[in-house]
Design a protein around this ligand. Sequence first.
Ligand code: PLP
Length: 380
Amino acid sequence: MSQPIAFIDLAQQRDRVRDKIEARFKRILDTGAFIMGPDVAELEAALSAFGGMSETLSCASGTDALLLPLAAWGIRSGDAVFVPSFTFAATAEVVAMLGATPIFVDCLPHSFNIDPDNLRLAIDEVKQAGRLRPRCIIAVDLFGQAADYPSLRTVADEHGLKLISDAAQGYGATIDGRMAGAWADVVATSFYPAKPLGCYGDGGAVQTNDAELAAVMRSLRVHGSGTDRYDNVRIGMNARMDTLQAAVVIEKLGIFPEEIESRMRIARRYSDALSQVVTPQVLPNGMVSTWAQYTVRVSDGRRDAFMAAMKERGVPTVIYYAKPLHQQTAYRDFPAAGGRLAVTDELSGDVVSLPMHAYLDEATQDRIIDAVHASLKSIG
Ligand SMILES: *Cc1c(COP(=O)(O)O)cnc(C)c1O
């Protein structure tokens, strides 16, 4: 049997940026500027330029990047925040953590992202029930593909809601050349190592064009600090990103646009070769995805057999997400739009992700493509 294939391979990227990152690490070790050192300010400026937003705060994780704007807006018990169920737990967790209620919304069958029509239904239901105040929408750029922000902005404006882009997977994705910040009030991202733009530990960032909001989030990031260092003015948290992680992201951001192009090229090759036999997540024309995952649907209960057959051929596959949030123990008592999320339930039963990273060479892509065809044939 030939060499096993990595699901995500970070080694080639590391070798590209290693010298520059080590030089930055050395300087940080020499100066001891571990907390809020110069690399943090440098990263925030670079991210503002990259994302086209005036304010960027680095922070300790993608989860904190979601928590900071919600806390700054005073989201609390009695508030409703609309979130997809087909996502990573953090999207809804931050809402519940503040005592507010996540309302689960269904997704679209082709993009896998939050469905604006189902969102309207969810908002109407909450308004009619009259127990919760609708406050905010958190859209997720699932697997790297931007949510339908133009439609979501319209819905948000119709109902006076804030709109957050949870871009942990899709930071850098565009719609007609524009990133989520063109529509969302806040863009939140994660630098967890396996995300398309990752560091070597935990980290995140939150961006906005609202200077007042940014000032409150900056205070919340460091224990609710005010201008007098001995007088904290609000209840905050410790959500700083450490300088070493900022140094990593600065260097990786430099090669990120090229990596997005590479991921787009690989995804196009995958979809050209596989669309006849499986149903991939569909990227509409005019959009660029960061392809955090390349995900296909293998229907009719064949997924387990497919994954086993791929494994036999040395190709790892992973399910994101086998159990949507509205089915998970901690979340199943929160409301779901219309009482049932039909598309989400269906997707969680048939999605499977293939190896994807910017350094996947064509020979390996071909091995993966051949394995998909052979595996499907072998399971009938
Ligand atoms: C990873 C992820 C997060 C959380 O990021 P962390 O840095 O791990 O806290 C939030 N939302 C989504 C959609 C994610 O994929």
